[in-house]
Design a protein around this ligand. Structure first.
Ligand code: RUB
Length: 272
């Protein structure tokens, strides 16, 4: 299978992973085809595979300004360094004994959680994340980490994690993001609902994202995925399957970035 197919099928998922897998692919591609017309065409194909997340767009833009193997290497190193810095900063949000709630599978949110687990014992509540259930990947990955106990819940049970003793009560919600825009934070479908519910119960809601998630594109298209991911064909019924939603900034407590924990107004200032 090609990298593009792996991205489309979600075998490779998450904004950062899509960008790093694409950069690695472009490095190999350029060895055979160089950095000319074929390379540009390959970049376009990669960009259209999953167009909502902005990381790939931002790195390809930088690469287009300086098309060299060294630029690819520099971008790959920067992406990894960003995660390392984010993890070091974000881990302080998680206190010993906390119940940390997360949605979908975000490598950057998980980096924060894993870093915190190096020194503290706590629990993580993972939403299953319908329809593609990326939460299972999150739960399995975190279950291997010493100091973390993991609970997997169905997305619609999330509000019970604010109020009900059956599910550990949330102390904090930490999610990743696909893009930070002036309208809000784009992340996996269901994030907005979670943020709304968190705000109702005064649970702090944090987003994790590197500078590569800053989205200055004029417009963004929310990816619509195949209806079959939601349900098989039903005669006379239209099925719509949007992959992401946009959480308005007023529901976000803070954003963990490489250089610290920012307030929504700080991000809006960067975006201006
Ligand atoms: C993944 C998703 C992740 C962000 C951030 O959606 O919404 O929260 O992409 O991920 P999908 P990361 O599974 O549809 O790609 O922190 O790894 O960049």
């Amino acid at each position: 299978m090609s990298v593009i197919q792996d991205i489309k099928s979600l075998k490779i998922q998450g904004a950062k992973e899509i960008a790093t897998a694409s950069l690695r692919h472009l490095k190999k591609f350029s060895r055979i085809h160089g950095f000319g017309h074929e390379f540009d065409k390959e970049c376009k194909k990669l960009l259209s595979a999953r167009s909502t997340a902005v990381v790939l767009y931002n790195v390809i833009n930088e690469l287009r300004r300086d098309k060299r193997k060294e630029t690819i290497d520099k971008l790959l190193a920067e992406l990894d360094k960003a995660t390392e810095l984010i993890a070091a900063t974000g881990q302080q949000l998680i206190k010993r004994g906390y119940h940390v709630h997360t949605h979908c599978h975000s490598s950057e949110a998980l980096a924060v959680i894993k870093e915190a687990a190096k020194k503290k014992k706590f629990s993580v509540i993972a939403d299953i994340t319908m329809p593609r259930q990326q939460g299972i990947k999150t739960a399995k990955e975190l279950a291997k980490i010493k100091n973390i106990s993991v609970t997997l819940i169905e997305d619609n049970a999330a509000t019970l994690a604010f109020t009900d003793p059956v599910i550990p009560k949330d102390d904090i919600i930490i999610v990743g993001c696909d893009a930070m825009r002036k309208e809000g934070v784009i992340n996996k479908i269901g994030t907005y609902f979670l943020a709304l519910a968190a705000s109702e119960s005064n649970i702090p809601f944090y987003v994790v994202g590197s500078k590569f998630k800053i989205d200055k594109r004029k417009k963004v298209k929310i990816e619509i995925r195949p209806p079959s991911e939601v349900y098989k064909k039903i005669r006379g019924v239209k099925i719509i399957n949007p992959a992401f939603d946009i959480t308005p900034w007023r529901y976000i407590t803070g954003v963990v970035m490489e250089d610290g924990i920012k307030k929504p107004k700080d991000i809006l200032a960067i975006l201006r």
